[in-house]
Design a protein around this ligand. Structure first.
Ligand code: PMP
Length: 378
């Protein structure tokens, strides 16, 4: 049975060109980048060249990139790191209920330590209400956090307007851009963000490597300590071949931004046409929002999303339910709940996410499988 991967927002396949480049580094000399001998200096060069490459591709400065084990760690270190340096009279964090658990959970811990979480209002398509958010941005707000592109729905938040407003009001803004970096152009030189999270496996890079962009001069306290790496901001020996792969993957992603977008957009449109033509009733969630075109979050009336996922899996097709990090549970998606979906609509929603490595035969197979499942359940 041919296996079809339509869960690219959970993790995208490693680009073979990246794998090949990484293999040359993995098979090369040993060396800890912190060692002073020539082996160490060789490893250090790989780290610093990769850092420069990642920085340049996001229009950041080299010393603003802190490598991490991925977006979860970058989010944790951003939130704890900014909170630790907040002024004593600034004890509020302004965030959206549609954030990833790796933002929500650290914020809940901060709430247990005396911070107050101020929730942004979210419309039916998952877009934050900036009129409401602006009114909530008082002098007690230490920082705000707003995801750039939502992992479940593809909703694109008005980051530019929010970043400018926060900057005008001297409030730091962190953005979880795990689903945005490598997919849309990121210009950190012109966007006044304090911090931004990225993760390589979302843009065909290796898993277990990511970075936090931290603007020069932003007060920050490290979470991982016990080594001077990453300019004292994240202790621990760097994942040299991982960050090398991340830089390579980002280089390809940025060079191919437009063509990848066009490809996933065409695949998503073909999917919508296919299931409509097969008369399978569905509702596209967040349909009116500006969205990343490569993800479809769809309700299939009368279906239980978890069992639909399993039925598709039996036919070799991988999709997901809610956030990948919480799949396996039948809790309704927090993102869809925040958008106002009822429990029934929520629990009948699946996420299909494409990458440029998919092709039209994957769409055909998905539509065919959905038609079969729909016919059997009638
Ligand atoms: N934030 C978002 C928006 C994500 O989509 C993900 C991946 N599910 C993460 C954070 C966590 O990323 P990582 O797997 O790199 O820790």
């Amino acid at each position: 049975m041919k296996q079809i991967y339509l869960d690219n927002n959970a993790s995208s396949p490693l680009d073979p060109r990246v794998a090949q480049a990484m293999a040359t580094v993995m098979g090369a000399k040993p060396g800890n980048p912190s060692s002073l001998h020539s082996f160490g200096r060789g490893a250090r060069r790989l780290v610093e060249n990769s850092r420069s490459q990642v920085a340049a591709l996001c229009r950041a400065r080299d010393d603003e990139i802190i490598f991490s084990s991925g977006a979860t760690e970058a989010n944790n270190m951003a939130l704890y790191g900014l909170a630790a340096c907040a002024k004593t009279n600034q004890r509020q964090i302004l965030l959206s209920p549609t954030e990833h658990p790796s933002v929500l959970e650290p914020c809940k811990r901060l709430a247990a330590k005396g911070f107050e979480l101020i929730w942004m209002k979210v419309g039916p398509d998952g877009i934050v209400d900036l009129v409401d958010a602006k009114a909530k941005l008082g002098p007690q707000v230490a920082f705000s956090s707003l995801m750039w592109i939502n992992n479940e729905t593809g909703t694109i938040q008005p980051i530019e307007e929010w970043a400018n407003f926060c900057a005008e009001n001297d409030v730091l803004l962190h953005s979880d851009a795990a689903q945005a970096v490598g997919r849309i152009a990121i210009d950190l030189d012109s966007l006044p963000l304090a911090a931004l999270t990225m993760s390589a496996h979302k843009f065909h890079g290796p898993q277990g490597i990511g970075a936090l962009y931290l603007r020069r001069g932003v007060p920050f306290s490290p979470t991982l300590v016990g080594g001077g790496q990453e300019r004292e901001k994240r202790a621990g020996t760097e994942c040299v071949f991982g960050l090398f792969g991340m830089a390579k993957a980002l280089e390809f992603a940025v060079a191919e931004l437009a063509q990848r977008r066009e490809k996933v957009s065409a695949l998503a449109k073909a999917t919508l046409r296919g299931i409509s033509a097969a008369n399978i009733p569905f509702v596209l969630n967040a349909r009116a929002a500006p969205r990343w075109p490569g993800v479809l979050n769809m309700q299939f009336e009368g279906q239980v999303a978890e069992s639909l996922l399993m039925k598709l899996d039996l036919r070799g097709i991988a999709v997901s339910v809610g956030s990948a990090c919480s799949s396996g549970s039948i809790e309704p998606s927090l993102v869809l709940s925040a958008m106002g979906l009822g429990v029934k609509e929520n629990l009948s929603s699946i996420r299909v996410s494409f990458s440029a490595m998919n092709d039209s035969s994957d769409v055909d197979a998905f539509v065919e499988a959905m038609t079969e499942i729909h016919d059997l359940s009638r």
